[in-house]
Design a protein around this ligand. Structure first.
Ligand code: TXA
Ligand code: MG
Length: 365
């Protein structure tokens, strides 16, 4: 077990705040039927205070024992994540959540019955067992039961709550493939369990049940209408919340990915946005800038003739494919090293469209 030696011995990757080099081991598993020996190895590493990246149905997470302060500190160091950004705790089943929260409101039972396991995170009042490092000192804790077979197998085997933010370096897009995790965290973590590309491609819907009324803090694959069928009072995600407003979720507002290349988002209808985007592209090209367009399949023919580089997102009428590809596509755009990225908003009515729109707006900031 070459690379996980350091994690397995419970040593740290951080001496006096500096990151020491680890050899990161990649364990490839069949996502539908993960090899139990490899899962056991990854689970042991987590139990020993190690850092293990693994696929969930949304994005890859970087796991650490949620009750081990040292492991959590290593996790923040590896990601270069600011300490005021709280983590989501992943558990194998609803009952494993109970010791981590002050009480279980009826709404939590109802949402869990309908959406767990799955891409929904609930924010609840926390119990004293959860370290401050996990919640960034908040009196609440975010919890979810993932549905990905690899995540489930790992959590069931480890039998500990696992804090897992997205497995990217702070300021990079969330990883949807093991290769993205390796690009960001090679040498900083013990193990990557490679279970292939993730399914949804965007992070979970986060709903705050500690507030009155409950409200969506981060839109995701589970949309407002679906949530309202179980919890009619739930308030929509407030897109108007700004970084300088009172912050219900510290990390969510100010700390997010935006590409190194400036991203210009055109928000409106295709009829207005496509010609506008072409105009912007021409103006930039005329000034000698290189331009990459993050383009829907429907638009590529019209755009290609302009002489811009194109990274295709998929067809606008297929938001599921676009969500699955978005973060990969943003990484590709950055790698092209252009002066600007142009993209237009999605106009399709679909629960995922709002979540995609939210991520594009954050990337454009
Ligand atoms: O799909 C996901 O949620 C992925 C996978 C790995 O599960 N995880 C993920 O974690 O996206 P992360 O750390 O990248 O995002 C966690 C979000 C942050 O925006 C954070 O502010 C919010 O959850 N959060 C965590 N604890 C919170 C709390 N107590 N109150 C409000 N927001 C919280
Ligand atoms: Mg993240």
């Amino acid at each position: 077990m070459r690379s996980s030696v350091i994690g397995a011995k419970g040593k740290t990757n951080c001496i006096g705040g500096r990151i020491t080099q680890l050899v990161t081991e990649v364990l490839r598993v069949d996502p539908a039927d993960p090899n139990q020996k490899l899962i056991a190895r990854a689970a042991e590493c987590l139990r020993a205070g190690g850092l293990v990246a693994f696929p969930t149905e949304t994005v890859y997470g970087l796991g650490a024992d949620a009750l081990n302060r040292q492991a959590i500190q290593r996790l923040f160091t590896a990601k270069e994540r600011p300490a005021n950004d709280p983590l989501i705790v992943h558990v194998a089943a609803f009952d494993d959540m109970v010791p981590l929260v002050a009480d279980v409101p009826r709404a939590a039972r109802e949402l869990a019955a309908r959406f767990w396991p799955g891409p929904l995170t609930m924010v609840l009042r926390r119990s004293p067992r959860v370290p401050d490092e996990v919640t960034a000192g908040l009196e609440t804790v975010a919890i979810r039961v993932p549905s990905h077979p690899v995540a489930r197998a790992l959590l069931e085997r480890a039998r500990i709550p696992v804090a897992a933010p997205s497995a990217n370096l702070f300021s990079r897009p969330s990883p949807t493939r093991a290769s993205h995790v390796l690009a960001d965290l090679d040498g900083r973590i013990d193990i990557i369990v490679d279970g292939g590309p993730t399914d949804v491609g965007l992070e979970s819907t986060v709903v705050d049940l500690s507030s009155e009324p409950p409200r969506i803090l981060r839109p995701g694959a589970i949309g407002l209408n679906a949530l309202r069928e179980s919890l009619p009072a739930v308030a929509a995600h407030d897109t108007a919340i700004r970084a300088d407003a009172a912050m219900p979720s510290p990390g969510m507002l100010t700390l997010h990915y935006s590409p190194k290349t400036p991203l210009l988002l055109h928000e409106g209808s295709r009829e207005i946005d496509l010609p506008l985007m072409k105009q912007t592209a021409r103006r930039l090209l005329d000034r000698g800038h290189s331009v990459v367009v993050l383009a829907y399949g429907e638009d590529t023919d019209e755009l290609r003739s302009l002489g811009v580089q194109i990274v295709e997102l998929g067809h606008e009428n297929n938001p599921t494919t676009i969500a699955a590809r978005l973060y990969s596509a943003l990484r590709e755009c950055d790698e092209l090293g252009a002066n600007a990225i142009l993209v237009r908003s999605m106009t399709t009515a679909h629960p995922l469209s709002g979540a995609i729109q939210d991520r594009l707006r954050r990337a454009a900031q």
